[in-house]
Design a protein. Sequence first.
Length: 333
Amino acid sequence: MTSRITKAVTAVLAAACLMTFAGCEGQVPRPAASAEHTDKPDVSEAQEKQIRANILKVVNAANEAKSVDGLDARMSGPELAIRTSEITIAQSTGSLDAKTNIPSKMTQAVIPTDSGWPRSIFTITTTTSDQQSQRLLVMVQDSARSNYKLWGVARLFQGAKLPKFAIPSIGAQMGTAKDTGLVTTPEKAVAEYADVLQNGSASKYASKFADDYFRQELAKLSQTVQEGMERNAGTQQQTFQAAAGQIKVMRSSDGGDLVVAQINSEWTRQAGEGRESQPASDSEKALFGNGTATSTMKVTYVNVVAMYVPPAGSHQKITAVGAERQPVKVEAL
């Protein structure tokens, strides 16, 4: 992930499938609960490649047209909110941010053996053509007769170490938000990480997490803005909260979980007496549009965080391995 977030502020401060089985992506086994597992995956490597290509075809067309029309046919969850914002901003600025690039090639696919729905595939791409970091893609199929959609994307941190997974032909097992046998459940890990993002080293959970690039960049950003606010007698506050139900989990070969989740945040900035709080970047300006500025501005973000939750007794810390952060709403209060 680049340091674009800091730079921006410091400069100023596919269609649904047919009703037949043949119209859907992947093999369609007999209906079963997600907790049940087969001997091998119901999706092959070739099918994963085609699923990914089908998704990117729609996404790239939307990017080129700078239009969100039809985007929900191949995107869902936090990624739909993020890409909608990115395209909306591009309509104003004239171009998409380079971070929106999703490589078409992959280095690893984690395909589940789970026989029910919803079903997730985790795929790690190559680096981009301009050497940006690899992307972790989470593609989700909600039902037997629906197409896979891109639910989440996280840019992996430089040097991040992901857990090991079985090869695609053998497959992995999807986890749940309440998986046990770990240092904490995935659900609690995400909620606690949100607290760490909000409170930093003062969080009571800080010691449970390894330091990571996302936290470092947010801390730098907060400090830079704070210095500007203090010069003008202003204030700022950022709050973070895990989005209910927006979490995907894949169990690794070493007993831990790779967790991808949505964390929402709000950044409220209040200018000093007699001053107006203005958008702090081109992205914020685009989202604010023709709004009327007041002394207080609130920016709502969607954050996608990928983290490794190690097994109980491993003496390892929970580690964020990738993230994405995007403003989706800017309003004057």
